[in-house]
Design a protein around this ligand. Structure first.
Ligand SMILES: [Zn+2]
Length: 138
């Protein structure tokens, strides 16, 4: 089954070692995720594409215990939904990114722990597997 990202230009794909895609302002050095055409801090359009480190530190996390409302576009239904973790991850010294976690067991998650970017199934569109990014404890 072919796989496509849930949105373009969020992470490098296809890739053996995918990375999140952001941007960095050439004027004030502000860093954004996802990529933006102009700087949210100073308004400059001198934004350069930036690939973030694959590994980071879990700063804080929680668990999503119920099926999120729209615009969430995952493939689960009320019947198939399983709780998942959501974490705030520090990537390098540049940026903090909120993302889904592959783990929702509080025993296996702790603030300060190392996590790595991974790509997981999100939903199926016909015969295409839509994928999204997540962080897994390492
Ligand atoms: Zn700027």
């Amino acid at each position: 089954m072919p796989t496509v990202p849930f949105a373009p230009d969020v992470f490098t794909w296809p890739a053996d070692e995918p990375q999140l895609i952001g941007s960095r302002c050439g004027v004030c050095a502000a860093v954004t995720f996802p990529e933006q055409p102009s700087c949210p801090r100073c308004g400059s359009v001198e934004m350069a594409r930036r690939l973030f480190p694959r590994r980071g530190t879990l700063i804080a996390w929680t668990t999503q215990e119920f099926l999120p409302k729209a615009p969430y576009a995952g493939g689960e239904t009320q019947e198939t939904f399983k709780p998942f973790g959501v974490g705030l991850v520090q990537l390098g010294d540049e940026i903090r990114v909120e993302g889904r976690l592959t783990e929702s067991d509080p025993e296996k998650l702790h603030s300060g722990g190392e996590v790595e970017l991974t790509i997981i199934p999100f939903r199926e569109d016909g015969d295409t597997q839509v994928v999204t990014f997540a962080f897994k404890p390492v």
